[in-house]
Design a protein around this ligand. Structure first.
Ligand SMILES: Nc1ncnc2c1ncn2[C@@H]1O[C@H](COP(=O)(O)OP(=O)(O)O)[C@@H](O)[C@H]1O
Ligand SMILES: [Mg+2]
Length: 328
């Protein structure tokens, strides 16, 4: 068996106020190996960002991990001190944050910001950091790195800024990269270029990538395995091939229908009726029952457990049955 880079077991993450706690990530387990990509897919509010911030040790103030294990390269991250986590984040694990383009500082040149990221975790002279930054700018596919080095973020396109953010995330040569909606703000052509770039970088550095997106289409481009997340729980897990061709959970089927088709106008896009439930008001039975076309009384009363419906393919649905592969 290949060695796992990251193993997350039964992760539970809660938000707490003085009176109560609300579960945003519930019993989530996954693992990832070097050189592989795991897609975590689900609509907004499913818990994708909180799951990744839990692993990175970067949860917001009211949030905390209440149960589970996070093992990175054999090390239990929940037992690491803040200083140890800082070191791991700066050298082995890195993240492209959702809305990360906004986190570029408009007051400094992008070259300065990449150099600072390099200097934060390596003892180099400013000149050495600059030459590393220039080669990173080249590596993320930007022509004329020296010209771009001296540009301010507002002088660059969205796609260009996203490449800079990827350069910053890669500046520590991470073994594991979380990419949280890295292409959402970009148009389709640039989106494809950024996915290609991530694939190239993965090949070059043998990184494990956790790609987080609401778009199953994006996942199908790049991921080896997929977790479909809904209201903090995994609903379906399997290889990308199985999830795309043999989905067994009605939520996954809904997400499939919502994949934008070439030439489709934005206002024609299919979306599943209703919304992801608020963490303060979860349905009693299956969390998807309020929106599921197949839901019956049992679904509304009894929460389904994750079941292996065929080898390596799991679904949390009372009605899931393995489907016959089409064609002969
Ligand atoms: N600071 C916060 N306080 C309370 N609840 C929050 C906070 N941030 C996020 N949540 C809730 O946690 C759930 C998961 O959020 P998130 O991980 O951001 O979802 P996703 O990334 O899939 O869109 C949502 O229901 C969201 O409303
Ligand atoms: Mg998010």
């Amino acid at each position: 068996m290949e060695k796992e880079l990251l193993q997350v077991k039964d992760l539970q993450m809660v938000f707490e106020n003085k009176k109560r706690s609300f579960t945003a990530v519930d019993n989530l387990s996954f693992s990832i190996q070097r050189g592989k990509t795991l897609g975590i897919v689900g609509e907004s509010g499913s818990g994708k960002t909180m799951a990744s911030l839990s692993v990175m040790g970067l949860l917001p103030n009211q949030g905390r991990i209440s149960a589970g294990e996070i093992i990175f390269e054999g090390k239990d991250l929940r037992k690491c001190s803040e200083a140890e986590m800082n070191k791991i984040r700066g050298s082995e694990m890195s993240m492209i944050f959702q809305d990360s383009m906004m986190s570029l500082d408009q007051v400094y040149t992008v070259g300065y910001q990449i150099s600072e990221a390099i200097l934060a975790h390596e003892k180099l002279s400013r000149q050495e950091a600059k030459s590393r930054a220039l080669s990173l700018i080249g590596a993320v596919g930007i022509p004329h790195p020296d010209r771009v080095y001296d540009s301010y973020p507002f002088e660059l396109s969205g796609g260009m800024c996203q490449r800079i953010m990827i350069a910053i995330a890669l500046s520590c040569n991470p073994k594991l990269l979380f990419a949280d909606e890295p292409t959402t703000a970009l148009d389709v052509t640039v989106q494809a270029q950024i996915l290609d770039l991530l694939k190239d970088m993965q090949k070059k550095y043998q990184m494990g990538i956790v790609l987080i997106t609401h778009d199953l289409g994006v996942v199908s481009e790049i991921a080896d395995n997929v977790i479909v997340l809904y209201a903090g729980q995994s609903m379906e897990i399997g290889s990308t091939e199985v999830i795309m061709h043999n989905p067994s959970h009605p939520y996954t089927s809904g997400l499939m229908k919502a994949i934008p088709k070439v030439g489709e106008k934005k206002d024609m896009l299919y979306s599943i009726d209703g919304m992801v439930p608020d963490i303060r008001h979860m349905p009693k039975g299956c969390r998807f029952c309020t929106r599921c076309p197949l839901a019956d009384d049992r679904c509304r009363e009894e929460q389904p457990q994750m079941r292996e419906i065929e080898p390596g393919h799991f679904a949390r649905c009372h009605k899931a049955v393995p489907q016959a592969k089409g064609g002969c």
